[in-house]
Design a protein around this ligand. Structure first.
Ligand code: NAP
Ligand code: HSE
Length: 436
């Protein structure tokens, strides 16, 4: 048997504990595949005295990062979360000659450029399968499996917490705060769950997917991002009446003019679409590419064991490289920096799709004609409409599905409609994708 692959863990919460559990439970299979055992040498946590899963060896815990970084390890695994100290510790690990595995999409989205540059300079690898899609091997697939093809578009349910919450609201009618609390308790949510329900976590993941699919760096802050926190039980019901379900999607498309569209928002998709049956904490990414056509990757997108499975597969990949004395086999973001695509980020105002619009208005004559007139003035045509019943004198919901319209036109029309005296509250708008 070859020499063991020695790893240091930075963090031992949901994901770190799962890593230890998989290394223990799958030990024989891992040795059979890698030809060597993987040995955890030291583990950084904030509080070594905190009660933990008994699978975590108490004697390996430390609150001193130097005890991990200075240990005789091949690989450092960062599963702390957040920007600091994660960023500084990864840079220190690379400077000491360690390879790095991270699950931290927030860190990669903000500091990936700096980290990958440091890794290249140190001739070390930083790999990050668990950063997108939890247990789904989507990063490895896009970097390697689809390296031969030109990607046209991808549509992903890439935040498990958001999908878990919307599914429970739609299927069980459960209230939003209660389901968010359950996602936290199950270890799906980020330390700050507003990152999940506000769409930021998905935007950070979409940034990574866009980089490795299209060879373009888009700051996640510039991605059109809206969270599921704007979806109400009423919207779920109205969408159903139109034959749609609401899913938290990250969408990226390559346009013929060389621009890349990227957006994250709750989206109405047909109930018959494959992504419509992706429920609970499951994630799925549908990729459309030139030669392959559509392909769908599906699996658990968060949680201890699925996420740790991705982390451990990264350790095995690095272990194999270490055994062969190689590194840098793949560009970190799939494209060689000297061959960047020259593509540009498409302005969000140019996005074109059908829209779902819900207006809360006073029940009086002329409302529909005023709304449809303003939409028409902005080249937006109506495809379907429903209105709920109201008690005399009570406001009423008027809900429309439009034909394909331009984002900028819809926003301008809504701004005008909101000034009308019969409008009770700002309109709710959601985007529609007529996926198969
Ligand atoms: P978590 O449960 O909050 O665990 C964080 C761990 O890091 C804990 O062990 C904590 O120590 C330790 N830690 C945090 N700050 C520290 C500091 N300043 N110094 C020393 N130790 C520190 O987080 P998680 O859910 O495992 O997530 C870890 C990373 O994986 C995040 O980047 C997350 O986005 C990513 N991720 C998570 C999932 C998931 O389903 N949970 C899925 C994919 C990716 P204590 O134990 O002493 O508190
Ligand atoms: N909080 C994230 C989610 C964890 O819910 O998808 C997996 O990245």
């Amino acid at each position: 048997m070859s020499e063991s692959i020695r790893v240091g863990l930075l963090g031992c919460g949901t994901v770190g504990t799962g890593v230890i559990r998989i290394l223990e439970e799958n030990r024989e299979d891992i040795v059979a595949r890698l030809g060597a055992p993987i040995e955890v040498v030291k583990i950084l946590v904030r509080d070594p005295e905190r009660p933990r899963d008994p699978i975590v060896p108490r004697e390996l815990l430390t609150s001193d990062p130097a005890e991990v970084l200075d240990a005789d390890v091949h690989v450092v695994i960062e599963v702390l979360g957040g920007y600091e100290p994660a960023r500084g510790l990864i840079l220190d690990a690379l400077a000491r000659g360690h390879h790095v595995v991270t699950a931290n999409k927030a860190l990669l989205a903000r500091h990936g450029g700096e980290i990958f540059k440091a890794a290249d300079a140190a001739h070390r690898d930083v790999i990050f399968e668990a950063s997108v899609g939890g247990g789904i091997p989507i990063i490895r697939t896009l970097r390697e499996g689809l390296a031969s093809d030109r990607i046209h578009a991808l549509y992903g349910i890439i935040n498990g917490t958001s999908n878990f919450v919307l599914t429970a609201m739609a299927q069980q009618g459960r209230p939003y705060p209660e389901v968010v609390a359950e996602a936290q308790q199950k270890g799906y949510a980020e330390a700050d769950p507003t990152m999940d329900v506000g769409g930021i976590d998905a935007a950070q993941k979409l940034q990574i997917l866009v980089s490795i699919s299209f060879g373009i760096a888009i700051p996640f802050e510039s991605i059109l991002t809206e969270g599921i926190d704007r979806v109400t039980a009423a919207d779920i019901q109205f969408a159903r009446q139109f034959g749609y379900t609401i899913k938290p999607l990250g969408i990226a498309k390559a346009h013929d003019d060389g621009s890349i569209e990227a957006r994250v928002h709750p989206t109405l998709i047909p109930q018959s679409a494959m992504l419509a049956s992706v429920n609970g904490v499951f994630n799925a990414v549908m990729v459309n590419s030139h030669a392959l056509g559509p392909v769908l990757f599906y699996g658990q997108g968060a949680g201890m064991m699925p996420t740790a499975a991705s982390v451990v597969s990264d350790i095995i990949e690095l272990g194999r490289n270490i055994q062969r004395g190689t590194s840098g086999r793949l560009p970190h973001l799939a494209f060689h920096p000297q061959h960047t695509s020259g593509r540009v980020h498409r302005d969000a105002d140019r996005t074109r799709c059908p829209f779902y619009l819900r207006f809360n208005v006073k029940d009086q004559t002329g409302v529909l004609s005023r709304i449809s007139g303003i939409l028409g003035d902005h080249s937006i045509s109506i495809r379907q409409m429903v209105q709920d019943t109201s008690l005399p004198g009570e406001p009423v919901h008027v809900v429309l599905l439009t034909h394909t319209a331009t984002e900028g036109d819809v926003m301008a029309a809504l701004k005008t409609i909101e000034t009308l005296d019969f409008v009770v509250e700002p309109a709710c708008y959601l985007r529609v994708e007529d996926l198969q």
